[in-house]
Every structure is written in C-alpha cells, then in structure tokens.
Ligand binder design. Sequence first.
Ligand code: PHE
Length: 328
Amino acid sequence: MTKSLSELTRQAKEDISNCSSLKELDSVRVFYLGKKGKVSLELKSLSKLDPKERPQFGKQINEIKKTLQDKISLKKTELNTQKIKASIEQAAIDITLPGKTSSIGNIHPLSITLNQIEEIFINAGFLVDDGPEIEDEYHNFTALNIPGNHPARAMHDTFYFNNEYLLRTHTSPIQIRSMERDGVPIRVIAPGKVYRRDSDITHTPMFHQVEGLVIDKDINFTHLKGILHDFINSFFNDEMSLRFRPSYFPFTEPSAEVDLLSNDGQWLEILGCGMVHPKVLDNLGIDNKKYSGYAFGMGVERLTMLKYGIKDIRLFYENDLSFLSQFK
Ligand code: PHE
C-alpha cells in the first residue's frame, strides 16, 4: 500500500473514533466515502495508473472502503447505544428518594371551639340558630332595649353602613330574630361573627360570640347559673371556678359578667349574661307575666385562648401554619 493510502486510512480511522455524535459520524462518512469523498476520489484516479497496477490498487482501495464502512457501522452502534443509555439515565426514577407527601390540613382552633360549644349545648337540648352579619339598627339595638339616645350605643364601636345598616356588634340580635320567627318557649344558641372598631393584643375588629337564649315559664337565675357551670366544666373537661359579677346590659335585668379562674390564679371575663329584660319580651309581643328567661353571650376567642394558653388573639387570623397545625 502506498504511503498516502495508508496515511488516508489512518486519518479516517482516527476521525471515526473521535466522533461523538451520529451527525458527526455521518459527515465523516461523507468526507471519506461519499461520491466526492477522499476514498472515492482515489478510485477515480485508477484511470491514470498503469493498467498493470490497476487491479492491485483497486483491490486495496476496495479493502480500505470495506474497513472504513465496517468501522463506521461499529461506531454507529456504539453511539446509538450511548444515546439510549443516556436517555434512560435521564428519565430514570430514583426510587431511594423520599416521597412527596401532601400534608393533611386540620381544623382551625376557633372552629374546634365552636364545634365543641355547639355539641355541648345540643346535648343540653338547645337548637342552633343563625342570623345576618349585616344587621339593621332595630335588631342590633332598639329591640334589645337600646334606644337611639342610649349611651350603650356608644359602648359598641360600631361599623355603620348608613343610618339603618351596620355590622352586628354582638350576636344578641339573633335572640330577637329567633323569637320573631319561632315565638316562645325557646331554647337556642347562635354562634357567629361580630364586629367592633377595636384592634390590639386582646381585640380584633372581627371576633366570634355564641349567644344563648332560653325563654319559658318559671325560668330563673339558678337555671342560668346551672347551665353555665355545666357548660364550662364540660368545655374545659375539669371542675372550674366561676364568679358572677353584677353588671349592666340594657337587654337583661339583673345582669352579670362571668369570670373564670385561670390556672395562674387570675379571674378572666368570659361572658355576659342575665335575665332577659321584660321590655325585650314586650317589644316582641310576648307576655312577660307568663314568660321569663335568660340570655348569655360568650367570647369564642377568649375561651379558646384560655383553654390552650394563647396570649395574642391576632394569632387566630395570621394563617401561620406552624401555629395552626398544633391543633389536631
Ligand atoms: N351581647 C352582650 C355583649 O356582646 C353579651 C350578652 C349577651 C349579655 C346576652 C347579656 C346577655 O357584650
């Protein structure tokens, strides 16, 4: 074999092995074996040779052609295998990785409290009622014996829409609506959101109350004390101390605020209550000689904070999962 032929072969072999993609390999193939490729040109140059040398030279070039074709096809298989291997590796699933779990939500602490309050009172024979959050001033104030000029209106920092409509400042208007609809005797609780213009570590502009109302014949203050003691012991699952402190609400007479003795020896106010004022019954056309009853309104946030030792009321509304997920 001539020097130039063996050099050509060596170079072609080197180029083939250096290919790193099928595309590159194809250009190398065209470069050497294509119609105008180096090896093909050598074949064409046969005509210029002495006829005696032609068979020998031709044979050599054909052998080179065959060798290079074989080498290309081997390289092609190799590159194909590599390509498949790479794509398998890329798509592979690492089964030793920890799985992605979707965490399960839990009930908001205030909803837990509301559910418990409802359950306790339902077991004591109460129905659960509801009322509008956008209330008129008649149901929020007037019907509850708080006339327009009454100072108690100023006690509630009310969000007004206009002269007539407001965001209810307590759940007591539901008392009125329940009696308007169902008359007496009645035994209901009414949980819900209430609104006041107030915001600090113990107040938020929106909070929750549960109203209670019992009207029947021969209802007196001991019934009220009894139901509240039973409720509190059941809610805290413990024997708790309550203090009934004389107070004033225009819609109850007598009225009391109830304090609960906390673990650290402090009395904390949890609700307002009293015997429904005869004038409230009168406003609704209910015979207040025949019927009497009691009402109470308790703060749901306050009860929840006492139960779980939560110090800042705003935590309930910050949607911080590290806080919320503690209440399973
Ligand atoms: N509505 C009163 C308040 O929000 C609480 C209350 C309810 C008091 C029922 C007496 C009777 O402060």
